[in-house]
Design a protein around this ligand. Sequence first.
Ligand code: GDP
Ligand code: MN
Length: 343
Amino acid sequence: MKIHEYQAKKILSEWGVPVPVGTVVSRPEDAVAAVRDLGGKAVIKAQVHAGGRGKAGGVRVVLSPEEAQDFAKSLLGNNLVTFQTGPEGVPVNSLLIEELVDIETELYLGMVIDGSEKGVVAIASEAGGVDIEAVANETPEKILRTAVDPVLGLQPYQGRYLAYSLNIKDDLVRPISTLIGNLYKAFESKDFSLAEINPLVITTDNRILALDAKLSFDDDAMFRHSDLVTLHDPKQEDPLEIQARKYNISYVKLEGDVGCMVNGAGLAMATMDVVLSTGAQPANFLDVGGGADEEKISKAIDIILSDANVKRILINIFGGIVRCDVVARGIMMAAESTNHQMP
Ligand code: GDP
Ligand code: MN
């Protein structure tokens, strides 16, 4: 589960990660008031579940309440398209209004569950900011990683190792390695699957602040975090994916035109590879799982057909974990209810 930046910052600040002063608003007039409260100057940031906002015009420094009003009006109620969203973008329903910070250095700090390390990897770079993807491609030596032992947790020497790699002033090494330790404690306690602070900035007055924050949580651990479940914002998700979740179907929309209905995640991925190898493009990943009944199969077809790009459907069912006659009946049920002529 993903959450918004303002929610992530609230959680991180509770765990000892310093963040800028800010408020979240959902009406232009409140944006104006918030900017006024901050002395007439602020940063306005679109709250969407996607990065790349800076480059897409979703983050702006405003120098007057009037400018804040114009910018807030242009964002609220519209979709923001960034390189991390689809072409239709994601809706902007709230804005984070923050104190304007004078940046001296932009650093990168991240933690993610890494399958090959079988645990959390902490990542840091002196080259933070909106071009971290280019840094990863062109100068990967500027990105340092250290794998955390899941039993021991992040050790102080690992925090120091990353902090020293950032080429920062000596007096900042200790607070930044403490911050890295705090981030790991939050990661473990709250079952993050990803935490990213980009940029972590050093200000001209020598403060350290998480200027941006992105958190995702492990869906399989949500049952033990009832306080986090309420942070979910369904408006940021694809409506088809929400519908699929209701029926316990794993569905991910893709860009092609071959609708795929498969059971088993591995078979579903292999089927997408087969589609690609023939020169076609899958319209979706869809796993109906084992033990699906007729209604679920029929719903899966409905979901596939709700995607206007779909021109044909490929069904690949492994009869070992679901009965093929049940699948066939579900397909007929969908065909009767929608009258589709899809090959
Ligand atoms: P992202 O593009 O979605 O990752 O959005 P960020 O929150 O990282 O903001 C993008 C960029 O806006 C940052 O890398 C900063 O360069 C700039 N920015 C954000 N807040 C401030 C601020 O308070 N002062 C200044 N000068 N720049 C800011
Ligand atoms: Mn960022």
